[in-house]
Design a protein around this ligand. Structure first.
Ligand SMILES: *Cc1c(COP(=O)(O)O)cnc(C)c1O
Length: 365
């Protein structure tokens, strides 16, 4: 394909870099007896990447969305699939059909899954979620947790109680700590005592629990993590948690967009200030005449234009409207011209949007 035929914007995924990150996580967790669910929702389930998870030997391919699991299956990926968003009642049948295991916190849903499993002649596995203070999904009341676990074990013949899990940091910004893990283990042991057997899985959380693997503080009985961001981008642990993540690539994904206009213009809007395209009044700094580049990319593609990061450190994102991104390229390292491609690093918030948007092409290399 000649260069002019490649259409932008696009997201380029370097599968070798991605695979390195998966291998690193699998190995570091594996040494502690922790298996991984590779979470594919952060990149909208791009099947080539999901396949790298499977090839690297994760225990589960996981997503919050059944569509992505269906796509991975259609791509031919043989794996044990995990649904990590509590199933909607309206998707109980599909959840049982497409996945082997799901995370749960409602008796009504468990009963619906049980009926579906019996109807489909399957045993569907479940992990009961425990809310340890992050205040998203999970049982809050320990007695309700215990009663539900016993009910799954003794009464719901279409279900198998695999274990319990928790999620920290996604909503309530609560730190995953050894104390929280020990609380989860205590909950597991309470259930084990009541049902008279060991649980298979104690799932200690997502990327935010990975630091305990790295610094050796993860309590022994935690034997599963469900990781997305920390493998896909490995950016939050580096930038926010200040961990040495040099063993993973932060640039496996590259956003590429094309310059459609390049001109010297004033940096402060000229005229009477009113509202921008989204009903806000912008703030603008008068820095005199500056060289500005307009790109064929906008808020519709990335949602948060201030959370894409030009690889050219001299380039600054000034703002965006729905379909235009405006850059200051006065101090750019490169001499740009119309038609040139500008490359950006992404973060979780922008990766989920760009990979989801049908006009943004995905290219794997
Ligand atoms: C999204 C999600 C994960 C993965 O989160 P990351 O921060 O991407 O590692 C794990 N578990 C549940 C329940 C999730 O919703």
């Amino acid at each position: 394909m000649s260069n002019s035929e490649i259409r932008y914007p696009l997201v380029e995924l370097d599968l070798k870099k991605f695979r390195n990150n998966v291998d690193q996580a699998v190995e570091r967790c594996g040494k502690l007896g922790i298996g991984l669910a590779g979470v594919i929702k952060g990149f909208t389930g791009i099947p080539q990447a999901a396949k790298e998870f499977a090839d690297a030997g994760v225990d589960f391919i996981a997503s919050s969305r059944l569509e992505q699991i269906q796509a991975a299956m259609d791509y031919g990926i043989k794996a044990t699939y995990m649904l990590i968003r509590v199933p909607m009642l309206s998707e109980a049948s599909e959840a049982v059909r497409l996945t082997d295991i799901s995370l749960n916190s409602e008796v009504t849903v468990l009963k619906a899954l049980n009926e579906e499993a019996l109807k489909q002649g399957k045993i569907h596995k479940v992990l009961l979620m425990v809310d340890l203070g992050d205040l998203r999904e999970g049982f809050w009341d320990k007695k309700e947790l215990l009663d539900t676990a016993v009910m799954v074990e003794k009464e719901l013949d279409g279900l198998y109680l695999s274990g319990i899990g928790t999620n920290l940091g996604c909503y309530g910004s609560i730190l995953a700590t050894p104390e929280k893990m020990n609380e989860l283990i205590a909950d597991a042991e309470m259930i084990e005592e009541a049902i008279g057997r060991k649980l298979d899985l104690i799932s200690g959380g997502a990327t935010t629990s990975f630091p305990m693997v790295l610094n050796g503080t993860m309590p022994k009985r935690i034997n599963n993590l469900r990781m997305g961001e920390g493998i896909i981008l490995a950016k939050d642990l580096k930038d926010l948690f200040k961990l040495d993540m040099s063993f993973m690539y932060q640039d496996a994904f590259t956003l590429k967009a094309q310059i459609i206009e390049l001109k010297n213009k004033p940096s402060y809007p000229v005229g009477q200030l009113s509202f921008d395209a989204f009903g806000n009044v912008g703030t603008y700094e008068d820095r005199g005449i500056r060289k500005r580049a307009l790109l064929g990319l906008g808020k519709v593609d990335v949602a948060y234009p201030d959370m894409i990061y030009p690889r050219d450190r001299g380039v600054e994102v000034l703002g965006a409207s729905s379909d235009h991104l405006i850059l200051d390229v006065e101090d750019a390292q490169r001499e740009y011209k119309v038609g040139d491609i500008v490359e950006f690093d992404l973060c979780y918030a922008t990766l989920v949007f760009v990979t989801n948007f049908p006009n943004v092409r995905i290219v794997c290399k």
